[in-house]
Write a protein that binds this ligand. Structure first.
Ligand code: AMP
Ligand code: GLY
Length: 424
């Protein structure tokens, strides 16, 4: 099978690493890939958002399966364009990807499917939005309807801050993405990410993971794209799993099919779990980054037949085997991230880290310059490790971190603290 992998971050490196081990892979193409992916396939100089060029390349190279990592090309209709050309694609249509690209659509689908989520209202003008706020309790949750590069959610402690968020967003802070907003009930509990493959009709559960969104130890500091992850997630008990499948994943997949927007790809449910009851915080139309990386480290089966089956509506009877080992991931980020940071500082020791027991380093924001590896982003490396327990996985990951010489970078030192302290 000839596969074209779209994207070039840590998530795509992990997917490519797993796809490269497939018994049914004949050739892997990377658009645009990254220095970590480079040895695994042939790099095409095409960006993940260059829809026309991606479609042309898939046709010209007679690709058997396009695997899309990030959400932006899906929201822009890459899957639809490939489907028109008869190229199987792992990733939902633009209509189904609205589950991620429109908060109000996501809420509507949840309500129709009976999937538990925060109570909400949707607004296009400030008067009614502020009136609604006054009937809520603090903290207030205000969300831009559309994709806003991870910045579209405000959790305001005071009414004044909430009003300001409403004014900013409806005043055009995120352009079209905030022409409409959603205001919702604040949910309490513990968050986890759960994933399932869908082929338009059938669903195949994957596993759960947890990530750390804040920049600094103790879950303090600004929000980031994720500073670490681990799996299994202790909060995701067997009961939570059953409820998630029966009351959220299956009915939502069914509801999308009923609306004529069958979901093909990976459905990522961001859940809030309290008293073993899962509620939907958000849906994403892609794998989580960095959650995907720990999932790939625990997946024992060949991934490619499952991705192909999801893309072609042939998932019935498909199964996947997972390792009992735990996996942990530590993000090495550039000093200053998630604010402004410098690019171009040299990184050494990745090979030494990869030689350690259980360790695999994925590249998230690196570049090769004159044969040397340099930082080229905010989140730069993902040091993953597996181990018999979460504690062992975490210890091994930090040994990997310590083998890497990059003075301009930083990481959190408490990844998986919740799993290690509360329930170990
Ligand atoms: P989202 O982009 O919708 O995932 O929101 C980003 C983060 O905001 C989530 O991961 C939660 O930590 C938090 N959040 C969003 N919505 C709610 C809610 N209704 N109640 C509590 N926390 C929320
Ligand atoms: N780690 C959360 C996300 O990928 O959205």
């Amino acid at each position: 099978m000839k596969v074209l992998l779209v994207g070039g971050g840590g998530r795509e490196h992990a997917l490519g690493w797993k796809i490269a081990q497939s018994a049914v892979l004949s050739k892997l193409y990377l658009a645009p890939g990254n220095p970590g992916l480079k040895p695994l396939g042939e790099t095409l100089p095409i960006g993940a958002e260059e829809i026309d060029r991606l479609v042309d390349a898939a046709v010209a190279l007679a690709i058997d399966l396009v695997v899309v990592g990030p959400e932006a090309p899906l929201a822009a209709g890459l899957a639809d364009r490939l489907a028109e050309k008869g190229v199987p694609v792992f990733g939902p249509s633009k209509a189904a990807a609205r589950l991620e690209s429109s908060k109000s659509f996501m809420k509507e689908v949840c309500v129709a499917a009976g999937a538990s989520t925060a109570a909400y209202g949707r607004f296009r003008e400030t008067g009614s939005a502020k009136e609604f706020l006054r009937a809520q309790k603090a903290p207030y949750v205000i969300k831009a309807d559309g994709l806003a590069a991870g910045k579209g959610v405000v959790i305001a402690e005071t009414l004044a801050d909430a009003d300001r968020a409403v004014d900013d967003m409806l005043g055009g802070l995120f352009g079209d993405a905030s022409a409409e907003i959603v205001i919702e009930e604040f949910m309490t509990g513990e968050e986890a990410s759960f994933f399932a493959l869908c082929d338009g009709e059938n669903v195949l559960p994957l596993i759960a993971a947890q990530d750390h969104k804040r920049a600094f130890d103790g879950d303090k500091g600004p929000n980031t794209g994720g500073m670490g992850a681990y799996s299994p997630a202790p909060v995701f008990t067997d009961d939570v799993y059953e409820r998630t499948m029966k009351t959220i994943i299956e009915p939502v997949a069914k509801e999308l099919a009923r609306r004529g927007a069958p979901y093909r790809g990976v459905l990522f449910a961001g859940l809030m779990i309290e008293n073993e009851i899962p509620r939907v915080v958000e849906f994403n139309a892609r794998f989580g980054d960095p959650e995907c990386q720990v999932l790939m480290r625990r997946l024992k089966s060949d991934i490619l037949p499952a991705l192909h089956a999801a893309a072609t509506g042939a998932m019935k009877g498909q199964t996947l085997e997972w390792s009992d080992d735990a996996a942990a991931l530590v993000v090495l980020a550039a000093d200053g991230y998630p604010g402004s940071y410098k690019k171009g500082s040299p990184i050494r020791g990745v090979e030494a880290a990869n030689a350690l027991p259980g360790v695999v380093v994925f590249h998230a924001g690196t570049q090769e310059k004159d044969g040397a590896l340099v930082a080229n982003g905010g989140r730069v490396l993902n040091v993953t490790a597996t181990g018999a327990t979460t504690r062992e996985a975490v210890e091994r990951a930090y040994r990997g971190v310590d083998a890497i010489e990059w003075p301009e970078g930083f990481c959190r030192r408490d990844i998986a603290w919740r799993a290690l302290t509360e329930r170990a």
